[in-house]
Write a protein of this length. Sequence first.
Length: 138
Amino acid sequence: MIDVSKNKKIILFDGVCNLCNNAVLKVIRYDKDKVFIFAALQSKSGFKILNHLGIETNTIDTLILYEPGTSYDVKSTAVIKIINSFGGLWKLTQLLWVFPVGFRDFVYDFIAKNRYKWFVKKESCSIQAQELKMRFLD
């Protein structure tokens, strides 16, 4: 398994999705404590983590927040936990917990289903900035 510090959280994301890539850049911008590191679902590290978690790699098509040694969350739960960690006014997103997970994931799935149509699909992960490389698993 990939050796990651216990105080880090890994965000697995669709590396060929423009929406997902832009979301990762937003997380990097607001993650002042550098708690999050990233791996594209399509990367070697992404496959290793999915296998470690026992998640079928050919059926997963969602954001995953993995806290090594603790737990993992998917879809809307992962998104809310990530955003809540930013603090400040972002804490207002805690109000989203009042909605049942089924409803939240329905909205998440609707956006995910249309993300390539609305935001276009890339051939590979586009986040290449050298100063960001240390935040990504290969």
